[in-house]
Design a protein around this ligand. Structure first.
Ligand SMILES: [Ca+2]
Length: 458
């Protein structure tokens, strides 16, 4: 009988011997699983030990689930182990997801401090104790899912009767009858959604920050635009000065006697254009250098004339005159593209000046292109921009009537006019010399007019 080396068995025999003087047997922890609170005779016990103990080992795992719905925790699982052999380790696994067993809690006799898988955030508390023959492990959860629908396994490792490590396991099925795997997937999705929400919150914050950055950039941009605008104004001014200089150079080079800034003795000086054409120079308006194309100051020349007269010109610098549409076309073709009108109404002086002015040749009907207005009166030429010249004998206007006849003049009539500088002299009605000072009202019966061009080729 003593050939059995197993420590537990020897312990049993010695225990039996110690108790042999008594007629009753007090169960040693070694036999607690079989001999629970039973009183047996010595012989019965020893026979039982010989027959059974060698082959059967006694390990009991009591694995339970306790819901605590009114507590901070939703529930607890508890594994209680009793062993006839020396316990090594105890562990509880989450087996909810098939094929993926996760260790929730662990305790070892070699380091009897319970440890928990740090990656498992759903476990909110673990406790445990362990000794050579007993172990307890508790795991608390906070989520209903873990309490009701989780599947778990308790594992007890011990030294078997042959002195080899061995293990027993006890499973705890879900408390609720549902598809735990499906639910587990849903919980995972829920967890991912939570993460996604967190990321979205992060993106929202990023977006707010970007919005603020954008506002700052907008402000910077406004600042830059202001700087750029002022630079453009500077450049425009420099360009203007350069153009003036170029224009003076041009006039000097061509031996012209009418150029910007020219020395002069009077505001209007006569000179001769190529082709021996007598002409008049405005030496003072806006720096001077204007070749006068039309002048009406005395009323001694009739302006109600036909196409041919306006083509060739009529009058002289000593009287009132129209220099001639062919010549105006030539001048604008040569770079005399700055246009100015001066006139007087009720002793007040007005002017309208344009940086861009051309008229076509006779074939085009002396079609006018005019723009770039500045001045101290309404821009009445804009209405005529793009229209042909008309006389009483050449109706090129847009009206169903003949504007030249209606307004007693000759002009780039549209349908019909906002300006009528070749109208009848000293007449205070619509046939007279007029210039609109608004869309609806005209300055009538002008007492002085001049139309002029200046070299400004770019
Ligand atoms: Ca017409």
């Amino acid at each position: 009988m003593f050939q059995f080396r197993h420590q537990g068995f020897v312990h049993c025999i010695f225990t039996l011997r110690e108790d042999s003087q008594n007629t009753t047997f007090k169960p040693n922890p070694l036999f607690v699983c079989w001999l629970k609170k039973k009183t047996m005779t010595l012989q019965t016990v020893c026979v039982f030990v010989f027959v059974v103990l060698v082959a059967v080992q006694c390990q009991v795992l009591d694995f339970t689930r306790q819901l605590t719905p009114d507590d901070f925790y939703c529930g607890r699982i508890q594994c209680v182990a009793n062993s006839s052999q020396s316990i090594i380790n105890m562990a509880i696994y989450d087996t909810t997801e098939k094929g993926n067993s996760v260790k929730l809690a662990f305790i070892s006799v070699f380091a009897p401090i319970v440890s928990v898988d740090p990656s498992n955030v759903n476990v909110i508390n673990v406790t445990g104790t362990i000794s050579k023959y007993n172990g307890v492990l508790n795991v608390w959860f906070s989520r209903d899912f873990d309490c009701l629908y989780g599947a778990y396994q308790c594992e007890l490792e011990f030294v078997n009767i042959n002195g080899q490590p061995d293990a027993v396991r006890e499973n705890l099925a879900p408390a609720a009858q549902i598809n735990a795997t499906l639910l587990y997937s849903l919980v995972k999705i829920d967890s991912q959604l939570t993460n996604t929400n967190t990321q979205l919150e992060g993106l929202k914050i990023d977006s707010e920050a970007l919005k603020k950055d954008n506002e700052v950039l907008k402000q910077d941009n406004k600042g830059l635009k202001t700087v750029l605008d002022s630079v453009l104004v500077e450049l425009s001014s420099i360009k203007g000065i350069m153009n003036s200089t170029l224009a003076v150079d041009h006039d000097k080079k061509n031996g012209s006697l009418c150029y910007r800034g020219m020395p002069h003795k009077s505001p209007r000086e006569k000179f001769v254009l190529p082709g021996n054409i007598q002409a008049l120079c405005d030496t003072e308006s806006d720096g001077g250098g204007w070749i006068v194309l039309q002048r009406r100051v005395r009323g001694d020349v009739v302006f109600y004339r036909g196409w041919g007269d306006y083509k060739r010109g009529f009058g002289t610098p000593d009287t009132d005159f129209w220099i001639g549409n062919d010549l105006i076309h030539d001048l604008t073709s040569q770079g005399y593209n700055e246009f100015r009108v001066d006139f007087v109404h009720s002793n007040r002086e007005y002017f309208a000046q344009y940086t861009n002015f051309t008229i076509g040749d006779e074939l085009s009907g002396y079609l006018i292109r005019i723009g770039g207005y500045s001045g101290n009166v309404f821009d009445a030429m804009n209405y005529h921009n793009g229209y042909k010249f008309s006389t009483f004998d050449r109706d090129n206007d847009l009206s169903g009537s003949n504007c030249a006849v209606l307004f007693h003049g000759a002009w780039w009539y549209n349908a019909c006019q906002y300006s009528n500088l070749n109208g009848a002299w000293a007449v205070a009605n619509t046939t007279g010399i007029s210039w609109r000072f608004s869309v609806n009202d005209s300055l009538m019966n002008l007492s002085f007019t001049e139309i002029k061009v200046r070299y400004n080729k770019r």
